[in-house]
Design a protein around this ligand. Structure first.
Ligand code: ADP
Length: 274
């Protein structure tokens, strides 16, 4: 049994990431147990997404952050494998392009918030503007420091307007990252995933840990909580994230709308045109 509360960062708490194990089973008995849970969660997510879509009033946004190789892409593929693509939106946030850099930093995130009735995923997000922007010194300290409050206000507004925001930090160890980067070097099918930024960010590991701890402390709110997801074991990571999406949808409990037509009249509609 996964206890999601154990992974949720309570508002104002500052988790010490060096003390939170990255390799743990999170209450699951075995890999088979985790995979069975994922499979059943995927089915339930599909069913509830159908109701969210039919209801058409609210949306769910999953924000995924983590160091390179933490498994953001793999999580998305495994957790959302069963959903209806028509009611699903995903956006990958990379280095801002010329149109993006010409706007405030939240502009591009806001534009990608899922429309009503959809589940959306941010693969990286507006949090890069207090992570890489801070660690790589793309902006001065007074600039990134005031952003936590902007972000909290932005997410509260989304919540008030009907978007449930949940945020996962995929927590991998530096050792596991080393293994995964090596696999990308050794396996020709994975070479394409390598980028020099993976190695510069790896060198700045302690600075990123600090920056993530600040994010978790300052931006885990009641309406948009952060979860620290142990991510060295992919099956544990997938089980937890799927459980969180399922719990979010269950809490929303979307309903099929009442039909607007007179069903009885439709039942007696002549059907002999066949
Ligand atoms: P990923 O590493 O997520 O698989 P990419 O290799 O395309 O995907 O990397 C995206 C890069 O874009 C990352 O290095 C990330 O730090 C960078 N990035 C994202 N948002 C910003 C931002 N707001 N400012 C600067 N760099 C950013």
């Amino acid at each position: 049994m996964i206890d999601l509360d154990q992974h949720r960062v309570k508002p104002g708490d500052r988790p010490d990431l060096s003390k939170i194990p990255t390799r743990q089973n999170a209450g699951l008995d075995s890999k088979a147990d985790g995979e069975a849970l994922l499979a059943s969660n995927v089915e339930r997510i599909d069913e509830l997404q159908g109701r969210l879509w039919a209801e058409g009033r609210r949306s769910v946004l999953l924000v995924l952050q983590g160091m390179d190789t933490s498994g953001k892409d793999g999580t998305i593929r495994k957790v959302f494998t069963g959903v209806n693509p028509a009611a699903f939106e995903i956006h990958q946030f990379g280095v801002p392009g010329p149109h993006e850099i010409a706007q405030d930093y939240l502009w591009r995130a806001h534009a990608r918030v899922p429309r009503r009735g959809r589940i959306g995923v941010f693969n990286r997000s507006h949090y890069e503007d207090v992570l890489v922007a801070r660690v790589a010194k793309l902006v001065e300290k007074p600039v990134w420091k005031r952003r936590y409050e902007h972000i909290n206000d932005f997410e509260r507004m989304l919540h008030d307007e009907g978007t449930s925001v949940v945020k996962c930090f995929l927590h991998v160890s530096r050792e596991e990252q080393f293994e995964r980067l090596n696999a990308r070097i050794d396996d020709p099918r994975k070479n394409w995933k390598l980028s020099p930024s993976d190695f510069t960010a790896r060198a700045d590991w302690p600075e990123y840990r600090d920056a993530y701890e600040d994010v978790l402390e300052r931006c885990s709110t009641k309406q948009a909580p952060w979860y620290v997801v142990p991510a060295d074991r992919k099956w544990v990571r997938n089980a937890i994230v799927s459980q969180l999406i399922l719990a979010t949808l269950e809490k929303l409990d979307p309903k099929y709308p009442e039909g607007v037509e007179d069903h009885e009249a439709l039942r007696t509609f002549p059907r002999d045109h066949r």
